[in-house]
Design a protein. Structure first.
Length: 729
């Protein structure tokens, strides 16, 4: 099936329609027979209807009734109507679907000038009203996508109506007709024509009008098209159209939001060398990709976190110019990957751009083994690669439930990486996951955790639905494989994310109840999860400046940032002032340790800002600590979080202090918000264990009363409540 055969079918239909019009004495002026829709485009499939409109400005007599009989007698199915030009214009204004079909109007018989005037009027109206009509069109497109899914990923794809199908290709042409946006025409047309070829084969094989590719059709489709892997070929086409569609709609929406008169694009800086422009993340003139191997991941993470597109030309340039990431990866690269995976639904568009531009092959070459791979299980609604991305999206909503969100998210990314071979995928995936996690720079303990999660990611689901959870042997079987409570905690979250991503049937109330019951019993058997110990306090030499009541801030290069060591006479609110200082300077704190050395407070801060200026740091700290800057007023508004913060009191963790564990989104001002709330209650921080794990701050504070005693239950509850309130929880 080729474009030539579609042209032949169109010409045959045209010949028949013209003959019918001529035989009935159709006039040459004032009446026109017009083809619309797929027939108007000259793209008749083997079982397509003929969409025809008889447009008239004069009386028709019997022509409007008798014209259709020869076409019916020839075996054609018709979608026909008789309208005046005014009625056509009115219908297009009232019904968006009609308007889209009429954009493809083509003259067949009668008065060509009438067809030309009608086409001109319809196009003029479409362009004039585009800003008002596109939001309605966008809503229709989204509704269709939600109903039918993506051509690239659903198990039984619809070539016409699914996302990335022929309907979307037509919508893109309609968007271009508005003159508001443009698309890569050659790329779109290549995909569209091949999808039309596929539809011709599918309809020819089925012997009827259908756009769905049933499982039994793939083999004859491959033979007819000469493709070794027809599923992959068709899904690649759908993925490309989807990518073009999403980019075009982003730009169309940006155009609708912007003033109608053209302005110079505004660049909103996001990080050194990276900015936002018209809803897309781009590079600035200051960017040095040839010296920045991690810039690709940073740009991708920022795009996802800001719910923006990573501009494809930017991604392509980064692929071309960035040197390969060293092995193991720098800490910042690993953190940016985790932040990308934790971005929720925004991950999908950025991940798609990484795939389409070849960037993903640079980051994760193993992805190719599962790319567009169909699932063998009918319970899955997506291909393997899309299921993995959906699992990451689901896992991003569960990071408050685990102490290692970075491990959870990377395990979600790699849990099916072993598919595509003959070995059972969880067994094949374990060594692959370990090698990838090692390359990413995870410490050995985290590598072991990720590998174990990949190996046993089906354990809870399979055991909960096939074994008796009340039988001690069931619990022993699971605990023997998981070993630690931390693994069980992570596996419970991964199991939920995996099931939710598969389909609604995989995470019903019944199934989730069974799995959670088993998980709770396993956790109870393995004991409470890990609590960071109070940091070991090295003894530092105290400078005379500190002895005299001053503050010392020492800045030194460390990893791909700096380490700041602060020494000052201990006082309530000192750590809060230091945290505010870093927040004001927009210096990301990766981790911090704090302890008391007699009457001196010592804190060490790991900051992801290699350009942090020591003199500026001191000036800002002094302004905050002396009250010349109202830190609370300036930083409080930055503390909103999409997920509720987790604040837990751990009474079993220490006899000398009250341990409070805080998990919340890592963002400017978080540490300040927590420490300011603690200081406002007159509490001292005996020691602190602060870490940024991917997108999440995981902070543990050992709190004492001013007289060095642990907090009472009432005071501990009040402290936890104050911290939640400070973080917007």
């Amino acid at each position: 099936m080729t474009a030539g055969e579609r042209q032949q079918r169109t010409e045959a239909a045209d010949t028949l329609a013209r003959a019918a019009y001529a035989d009935l004495g159709g006039p040459d002026v004032g009446v026109a027979l017009v083809a619309v829709g797929g027939y108007g485009r000259g793209e008749l499939a083997p079982h397509s209807d003929l969409d025809l409109v008889l447009v008239h400005e004069v009386e028709l007599g019997e022509l409007g009734e008798r014209l259709w009989y020869p076409l019916w007698d020839a075996g054609h199915k018709l979608d026909h109507s008789v309208r005046t030009p005014e009625q056509m214009t009115a219908m297009a204004a009232e019904d968006l679907k009609v308007a889209l079909g009429l954009l493809d109007a083509r003259h067949v018989a009668g008065d060509p000038n009438l067809t030309l005037r009608l086409r001109s009027q319809l196009l003029t109206t479409w362009r004039r009203d585009a800003r008002e009509r596109l939001p309605e069109l966008r809503a229709l497109v989204r509704q269709r996508h939600e109903l039918l899914g993506e051509l690239a990923h659903v198990s039984v794809p619809d070539l016409k109506e699914a996302e990335g199908g022929l309907r979307d290709a037509g919508v893109l042409k309609a968007l271009v007709a508005t003159w508001l946006v443009d698309v890569p025409h050659a790329d779109l047309e290549r995909c569209r024509l091949q999808l039309l070829d596929v539809r011709d084969v599918v309809q020819g094989w089925a012997g009827r009008a259908t756009d769905r590719i049933a499982p039994e059709v793939w083999e004859p489709l491959g033979e007819a098209m000469g493709w070794d892997d027809p599923q992959r070929q068709v899904r690649e086409l759908g993925r490309r159209v989807t990518h073009l569609s999403r980019l075009t709609w982003r730009r169309a929406e940006g155009t609708l939001e912007a003033p109608s008169r053209v302005r110079r694009p505004q660049l909103d800086p996001l990080a050194p060398g990276i900015a936002m422009s018209k809803g897309e993340v781009v590079l600035t003139n200051e960017a040095t990709p040839d010296r920045s191997p991690g810039l690709l991941l940073e740009a991708a993470a920022l795009a996802a976190e800001h719910d923006a597109h990573l501009a494809p030309p930017t991604a392509a340039r980064l692929v071309r110019d960035c040197p390969p990431l060293p092995e193991p990866w720098p800490t910042s690269a690993r953190q940016n990957l985790v932040r990308l995976l934790a971005s929720g639904r925004s991950l999908l568009a950025v991940w798609e751009t990484l795939e389409e531009t070849g960037a993903l092959a640079r980051i994760l070459p193993e992805w190719e083994r599962i790319r567009l791979l169909p699932h063998a299980s009918a319970i899955h609604r997506f291909t393997v690669d899309r299921h993995v991305v959906e699992t990451c999206i689901e896992a991003s909503g569960l990071i408050r439930t685990v102490s290692r969100p970075d491990v959870l998210l990377v395990a979600a990314l790699l849990h099916d990486i072993g598919k595509g071979g003959l070995t059972e995928h969880s067994i094949a995936g374990e060594p692959l996951a370990a090698a990838i996690a090692t390359r990413m720079g995870f410490e050995p303990e985290a590598v072991e955790l990720i590998a174990r999660l990949v190996r046993w990611h089906l354990l809870l689901a399979e055991t909960a639905t096939t074994r008796d959870p009340d039988d001690p042997a069931t619990i022993e079987t699971v605990t023997a494989r998981l070993v630690t409570a931390e693994t069980a905690e992570l596996l419970l979250a991964l199991t939920e994310a995996d099931a939710r991503a598969a389909s609604p049937k995989a995470w019903t109330t019944w199934r989730s109840g069974l799995i959670r019951t088993l998980g709770d019993r396993v956790l109870a058997t393995l004991g409470p999860g890990p609590t960071p110990d109070s940091p070991v306090a090295p003894v530092l030499e105290v400078p005379q400046e500190v002895v005299r009541g001053g503050t010392v801030l020492h800045v030194e290069e460390h990893d791909d940032g700096v380490r700041v060591t602060a020494l000052a006479p201990d006082r309530i609110g000192l750590l809060s002032d230091l945290a505010a200082t870093f927040a004001f300077l927009k210096a990301p704190v990766r981790g911090a340790r704090a302890w008391a050395q007699d009457t001196v407070a010592v804190s060490v801060w790991e900051v992801a800002d290699p350009y942090l200026d020591a003199s500026v740091l001191r000036q800002r700290f002094e302004a905050i600590s002396e009250g010349r800057v109202d830190a609370h007023a300036r930083l409080q508004r930055q503390l909103a979080d999409t997920l509720a913060p987790s604040v837990a009191v751990r009474p079993e963790a220490s006899r000398e202090a009250t341990v409070v564990e805080v998990r919340t989104a890592d963002r400017p001002g978080v540490l300040y918000g927590v420490l300011q709330a603690v200081a406002a209650l007159g509490l001292t921080v005996r020691s602190a264990h602060v870490d940024t794990v991917g997108p999440q701050a995981v902070d543990v504070f050992y709190l004492q009363e001013a007289d060095a005693g642990a907090l009472s239950d009432t005071r501990a509850a009040r402290a936890a409540h104050a911290i939640r309130a400070a973080l917007g929880g």
